[in-house]
Design a protein. Structure first.
Length: 385
């Protein structure tokens, strides 16, 4: 498969497969002996094996579900990338018989990944991908707590905290405090010179063997994904809103080749939940800077907190000036943020709000959790409603 052949088949090109370094090494770990059906190896996650989402602004998300690990890559797709969500439920992973151009290709009838020595494709004609609106599904990459550190430091804290008795490695945040521990969230014996950023409460716990084998183990039969990385490589360790342990590595090139790779480890059943965390953990973290909205930036300032939700307006003006293409794109981001929130709270789709001001309130809260700010376009668009 190459770009010319993909074009003949009516497929879009997502990115060069050489950018998916962690995925390549994960495939080497899981499928080193022979071709296997990936669905047989999905032990922790339900749902499709491969999901590709491309926004109208060309931002993409690629998800691959492996044995006990969810791999996600994000970045900017080529200008010819078709927006939409493409899902492959049955997926074959095989070593390539002959070397082909590395790349990720997708369309309404086919999804193909050529990464390193491996070829991932749907077993046509058993089940085809399908296309749905992008806004219908987004993986949760919002971090409750995140820590910038080196691979050397990650291996050090993993060994110190959990190697004994091959116990749990737990990372937790509560209010503005945090801890890394194995059994007790109040254990203050593991002190590290780290300064995490805390957005909300969260906790994840993964057993030592499962985590260390995936990341560092150097046995010939199971090589860790970071085995060839320089020990000073910078990564992000965190916990996402779904209480999975998150490891992120950024790859920065030009504006067309920026990608971020994520490994998400779902918590083992023995790990604590957020409701079981104490109100205060042993160490202080850095609380994410809240977004400050002044009266000069909004016609009618809206106070948004986690406890208070903006009420539905009883009347919406029937005549408004047409929105520009840029404003429509931003309004879609507001709605996407609201839908993401509504989905996580278990609301029925029939009860979803159609009010842009309510969409904005959830969009603004999401920005706050990420430590980001709204811009002039947001203010300008809000004034229309």
């Amino acid at each position: 498969m190459n770009k010319e052949r993909a074009k003949e088949l009516g497929l879009s090109t997502l990115l060069n497969g050489d950018a998916l370094i962690l995925l390549r090494d994960l495939l080497t770990q899981n499928y080193s002996e022979e071709s296997r059906r990936m669905s047989y190896n999905i032990t922790q996650f339900r749902g499709p094996s491969v999901v590709i989402q491309v926004e109208d602004n060309r931002e993409f998300i690629l998800e691959v579900h492996l044995s006990g690990i969810r791999y996600i890559a994000t970045g900017i797709a080529p200008t010819n990338a078709a927006p939409g969500r493409y899902v492959s439920r049955q997926t074959n992973c095989a070593k390539q018989l002959r070397r082909t151009t590395n790349g990720v290709y997708y369309g309404s009838s086919q999804v193909e990944l050529h990464v390193g020595d491996y070829h991932i494709t749907i077993p046509t004609p058993f089940e085809h991908p399908f296309r749905v609106a992008v806004k219908d599904s987004h993986p949760s990459l919002t971090e409750c707590i995140s820590i910038q550190l080196s691979l050397k430091t990650l291996r050090k804290i993993l060994n110190k905290v959990s190697r004994e008795n091959r116990g749990l490695f737990c990372l937790a945040s509560s209010d503005s405090t945090w801890n890394v521990f194995s059994e007790s969230a109040d254990d203050d014996s593991n002190r590290f010179r780290l300064n995490p950023v805390i957005n909300s409460n969260g906790v994840a716990g993964v057993f030592y063997n499962r985590l260390y084998d995936a990341l560092f183990r150097k046995k010939e039969a199971l090589r860790g994904v970071f085995k060839e990385y320089d020990e000073h490589t910078s990564i992000t360790l965190g916990v996402n809103e779904l209480n999975s342990l998150m490891i992120k590595i950024d790859r920065r090139g030009d504006s067309t080749s920026q990608t971020s790779e994520y490994l998400l480890f779902e918590s083992d059943i023995e790990a604590l939940t957020t409701s079981e965390l104490p109100e205060t953990l042993p160490f202080k973290g850095e609380r994410a800077t809240p977004i400050v909205v002044t009266e000069s930036t909004l016609e009618e300032p809206i106070e948004v907190t986690e406890e208070i939700q903006v009420e539905e307006p009883t009347h919406v003006e029937s005549e408004t000036l047409p929105l520009t293409e840029e404003e429509l794109t931003r309004l879609n981001l507001w709605e996407t943020a609201y839908n993401r929130w509504a989905e996580t709270t278990g609301q029925s789709r029939a009860s979803y709000s159609t009010s842009p001001t309510i969409w904005f309130s959830r969009y603004m809260m999401e920005k706050l959790r990420l430590g980001e700010t709204i811009d002039e376009l947001d203010n300008q668009l809000l004034s229309r409603y």
